[in-house]
Ligand binder design. Structure first.
Ligand code: PLP
Length: 442
């Protein structure tokens, strides 16, 4: 049954280390596999599921749009759902006079942002601006440009593909670790990004690409001043600021766009995942009017687009998703429930020496494990320790994911989670930590 499937980031043979979990149903924060076992979806189906599983309004909108007009040629024509969603996004995003370019997913949204930035500089007589600086430990996707930005613990193997640049991650560490917080050793702050820009030569740099708060890069929660400092240094050097909100967008951090926490206006924003709550594959690159307005005429149009960019069913679902998010004030709910979940998880630190840090904003949280938190000792192989911990939690019925440097667990439950769901999550974490410590992983 599993012989033909070759899933993401996995070997072609025996990718699931035995039998895979095959999910057949989802409701709210819960998933059911084909053996009938229930799992709590602690990571909201790869951070996408803001509305939770089984939302009938989204199902109905998709059904209606599919029976009315399932698909058209989006290169030369458009549809009402695409026009409506573009308008909505331009209104709710932090950019002035934004233009919206639809893509099928996150990697393509980042890739589009990179092309827009390079072309923008070329059109302004600066064709040498070809590099992009990202944070250490980050993940921005798998397409040929986006992959070079990646610097996570699971290698993107850029050297195998002969890719040097355009992404050049900054060195790790923060100038002020106290202010940057417990993840400062896994990521880069504004000062590290500045160093890399200076090293490359500021006139060779097209853009800085960062999550507003780290996601794959160890769930870092930098102070608001960090993104402000990055904005300032981009302005100083004439570099575009691209913010990757593929995970942070659409509510998990308590607001629709996490860059809003710092009051920073990026030049370009990449989105996907929560845009449709994962019900349909869709992403978008939002470009501020000041940048987009340069792309005029036959000479300067953007020679870029994808067959499924702006799929009408995906657009209709995304618009309904945003309506529900706003009607039900789910970002506020994320703030409130996030505090509750944080307190529940953080209390476990007193019980387990392997739980070193809990950090987060709203319902986007990270848990870092160490061999001994009290003595500040890491595991010999943090990535393998992370996998073992994740599998232990899975056996307790909790779905989670490991991020950089492998020993940080990311949690992003659906925003519709109940307090009871979160109590169960904490109970599973408690039991998982006890089991993990009893195995004595070195
Ligand atoms: N950017 C970030 C921050 C991501 O976390 C991801 C995927 O997890 C991507 C980009 C790539 O998105 P996709 O997998 O939809 O191509």
């Amino acid at each position: 049954m599993t012989q033909a499937l070759w899933p993401a980031f996995a070997p072609a043979v025996d990718p699931f280390r035995g039998e895979p979990i095959v999910f057949v149903e989802g409701l709210g924060s819960w998933l059911i596999d084909r053996e009938g076992r229930r799992y709590l979806d602690g990571v909201g189906a790869l951070e996408a599921m803001v509305l939770g599983h089984g939302n009938e309004r989204l199902v109905e909108v998709a059904r209606q749009q599919m029976s009315k007009l399932a698909f058209i040629d989006v290169f030369r024509f458009t549809t009402e759902p695409a026009l409506e969603l573009a308008e909505t996004l331009a209104n709710v995003c932090p950019l002035d006079d934004a233009k919206v370019h639809f893509t099928p997913g996150g990697s393509e949204s980042v890739e589009t942002a990179m092309k827009v930035a390079m072309q923008f500089h070329r059109m302004h007589g600066q064709p040498d601006r070809r590099f992009f600086v990202s944070r250490h430990g980050s993940y921005h996707g798998v397409t040929f440009g986006a992959m070079t930005l990646g610097d996570s613990y699971f290698s993107m193997r850029n050297e195998w593909y002969g890719q040097v640049g355009p992404g050049i991650p900054a060195a790790r560490g923060a100038q002020d670790p106290e202010a940057f917080g417990s993840a400062s050793r896994h990521s880069s702050d504004a000062s590290r990004i500045r160093e890399r820009i200076v090293e490359l030569g500021p006139n060779n740099v097209a853009g800085v690409i960062v999550d507003p708060m780290g996601t794959a890069s160890g769930v870092t929660i930098p102070p608001d001043s960090d993104l402000q400092a990055i904005r300032e240094l981009c302005d100083e050097f004439g570099i575009l600021l691209i913010v990757d909100e593929v995970i942070t967008g659409f509510g998990h951090t308590g607001v629709l766009f996490a860059s809003a926490h710092s009051g920073v206006q990026p030049d370009i924003i990449a989105i996907s995942k929560g845009l449709s709550s994962g019900y349909m594959p869709i992403g978008a690159t939002l470009v501020s009017g000041a940048i987009a307005d340069a792309f005029v005429g036959r000479e300067n149009y953007l020679a870029h687009g994808q067959t499924y960019g702006g799929h009408p069913v995906a657009c209709a679902v995304a618009s309904e998703n945003i309506r529900i998010l706003q009607e039900e004030r789910l970002p506020d709910r994320a703030t409130e429930l996030g505090r509750y979940l944080f307190d529940g998880l953080d209390a476990l630190r007193h019980k387990y020496d392997s739980l070193a840090f809990v950090r987060g904003k709203g319902l986007l949280l990270g848990l870092e494990i160490m061999k001994s938190a009290s003595q500040g000792v890491d595991f010999e192989n943090p990535a393998e320790a992370g996998v073992q911990f994740r599998l232990t939690l899975r056996d307790q019925g909790l779905i989670s994911i490991c991020v950089h440097p492998g020993s940080v667990l990311l949690l992003a439950p659906p925003l519709v989670a109940t307090r009871d769901d979160l109590d169960q999550l904490v109970a599973m974490m408690d039991a998982g930590l006890e089991r993990f410590e009893s195995k004595g992983f070195a």
